[in-house]
Design a protein around this ligand. Structure first.
Ligand code: F6R
Length: 259
């Protein structure tokens, strides 16, 4: 893992966008994995800004979302397909049909999940995946206790995740779905590279377990320790429980420019 502890969300967005732009320069038809939620929003705003400035084009890009709720109406504003259209896809030059997400509405959800995994493979695999983390350590919606090798599947959300996400549903816990379809940890690990973003005190324990704990299904994001290309971008609050924060700062200072 390359770890950068950065002073602001804007700086995190800038470094994350630089990483994605490097992938774009090498491969303008790259496959982009997208997280929803609040953590990547400054990054998506920065990508839109760079698109408007002519620094990146999404005309040949295909995207794959990490996850989708099950049980929301298809046009619900907090559905993840709608969320990603609103914050990125509709604001850049991505062609109709190039943005994909797990199907949370089909009759046979498991078959839909398997088809989604296959669609990612058929697209040649994800070149770079944007990741956030839940306060319980999930990535995608892979909650504690699941297989580290799972493929896209139907999952159950923890109470902690539902409480965390109630803020998107006017604080109404009952309105937060109980189920989801999510890329599995094995699917996520197949991505060639990752850019991981976490901010705020509420993520500090999950971030510490991800970076410095053992690899364990208790903290699903810890599986990323065995991926060769993960750029971890966090603010001071999210870094506050890291034992070796000073060492990571030193390494980033010496080697970060080549991230
Ligand atoms: C969303 C996703 C989740 C979020 C995580 C953090 O597609 O995969 O893992 O990244 O729940 O959410 P925020 O950023 O809202 O704190």
């Amino acid at each position: 893992m390359r770890i950068a502890i950065l002073p602001s969300e804007q700086e995190i967005a800038r470094v994350a966008a630089d990483r994605i732009c490097r992938v774009y320069r090498d491969k303008p038809d790259f496959v982009l994995g997208l997280a929803t939620g609040s953590s990547p929003l400054p990054l998506y705003a920065e990508l839109v800004r760079r698109y408007e400035a002519g620094l990146i084009s999404f005309a040949r890009v295909r995207s794959f979302n990490l996850d989708e709720y099950v049980g929301l109406p298809r046009d619900h504003v907090e559905g993840y397909a709608n969320f990603i259209h609103r914050h990125l896809v509709d604001l850049v030059d991505m062609p109709e049909g190039a943005a994909h997400g797990p199907d949370g509405w089909c009759e046979d959800l498991e078959a839909g999940a398997a088809a989604y995994d296959q669609a990612i493979r058929d697209a040649g695999g994800i070149d770079i995946q944007v990741l956030g983390i839940g306060s319980d350590g999930h990535i995608g919606f892979n909650e504690p206790g699941g297989s580290l090798a799972s493929r896209t599947h139907v999952g159950v959300l923890t109470d902690q995740t539902r409480r965390d996400n109630a803020r998107f549903f006017d604080g109404d816990l009952d309105a937060v779905p109980t189920h989801c379809v999510t890329q599995g940890l094995g699917t996520i690990m197949d991505s060639r590279a990752h850019v991981f973003i976490a901010t705020g005190e509420g993520k500090a324990q999950a971030v510490a377990e991800m970076i410095e704990g053992g690899i364990s299904a208790r903290w699903p994001a810890s599986v990323l320790q065995s991926h060769p290309d993960v750029l971890v971008l966090i603010d001071e609050a999210a870094a506050s429980k890291l034992e070796l924060a000073d060492f990571y700062r030193e390494v980033w200072e010496k080697e970060g420019a080549s991230a």
